[in-house]
Design a protein around this ligand. Structure first.
Ligand SMILES: NC(=O)c1ccc[n+]([C@@H]2O[C@H](COP(=O)([O-])OP(=O)(O)OC[C@H]3O[C@@H](n4cnc5c(N)ncnc54)[C@H](OP(=O)(O)O)[C@@H]3O)[C@@H](O)[C@H]2O)c1
Length: 264
């Protein structure tokens, strides 16, 4: 499979890096375009086999999959620029632009002389794609089983990925895209609590981060519900249940749920 990525910013470059480091598609099958050279040169310095160009049309020529990784307000201009170069009978189009639906992309792909429109996907990673730890969501229009599986494999190379219905994208973004900020805020809050308890901030943050890794590891290893793991650390009359109840009294669970609902 040949992949063209339009835009070599945070998302486009991280996607190219993730795929190039994976096993599904060789780096030589990736072409990435960007108007300025700096980001392209940085990518080539890491992966000499990745092809780079400043010409979007050149980039998509021969591509089986075109990934649009430009800012949302540039997406439609880019589509207008490249659509005559695409062969819809073999090429799928995927957009990373937040807030632009597959339906909108599809309408702008309409062109003379091409009877059928291609599969159109929306792909939403989070910022952890930069370290290949993204939680990426994939939705689409005119999806095919084969493109679903290809995209899942591709974006699992950049962390984890799941197929969702487009109507659930907002909820998924609240949990995973905004969720990065919410997780950071918990880490900051716990670190500040640790400082108040007498620890240096650097040590407190290290302890909180390792504790979170441990909590995630327990859930993954044991395949349990969080409450089952909580039960293991809450001795009757002990300090953990007192801490949990004090947090709940101050609205912990409700704050998280209300925050997620507000960001959908
Ligand atoms: N950042 C996130 O957390 C996140 C998460 C999910 C989805 N997204 C979506 O991903 C998309 C890209 O976001 P980003 O954070 O990667 O933005 P970014 O870092 O600003 O990257 C956009 C890139 O597009 C290039 N570009 C501008 N005009 C172009 C054109 N006409 N043709 C080709 N390339 C062009 C820019 O080049 P120059 O800098 O040289 O102008 C820049 O390198 C956005 O639509 C965003 O909504 C972002």
């Amino acid at each position: 499979m040949k992949i063209a990525i339009i835009g070599a910013g945070n998302m486009g470059s991280a996607t190219a890096r993730g795929i190039a480091q994976g096993t599904f598609v060789p780096a030589s099958n990736i072409c990435i375009s960007n108007p300025s050279m700096g980001k392209l040169e940085a990518l080539r310095a890491e992966f000499s086999d990745i092809r780079t160009t400043q010409d979007n049309r050149e980039c998509v020529k021969d591509a089986d999959l075109v990934i649009l990784a430009v800012k949302p307000w540039k997406i439609l201009d880019v589509i207008n620029e490249i659509k005559d170069t695409l062969d819809y009978s073999r090429t799928a189009v995927a957009s990373m632009a937040a807030g632009i639906s597959a339906q909108c992309i599809s309408e702008h792909l309409e062109q003379k002389g091409q009877a059928a429109l291609p599969p159109v996907y929306t792909i939403i990673p989070n910022t952890a794609i930069a370290i290949r730890q993204s939680m990426t969501f994939i939705a689409g229009l005119r999806r095919t089983d084969s493109w679903d599986q290809n995209l899942l494999r591709l974006f699992k190379e950049t962390g984890d990925a799941m197929l969702v219905e487009e109507r659930l994208m907002g909820a998924c973004m609240a949990l995973a895209s905004c969720g990065i900020a919410y997780a950071m805020r918990y880490i900051r809050a716990a670190t500040e609590g640790g400082v108040e308890l007498g620890l240096y901030a650097k040590d407190a943050q290290h302890i909180v981060m390792q504790t979170l890794k441990g909590a995630v590891g327990l859930l993954e290893e044991n395949q349990t519900h969080p409450e089952a793991e909580i039960d293991k650390v809450t001795t009757p009359g002990g300090i953990t249940i007192r801490g949990l109840n004090a947090m709940e009294k101050n609205g912990f669970t409700n704050s998280v749920i209300e925050g997620l609902k507000a960001s959908k």
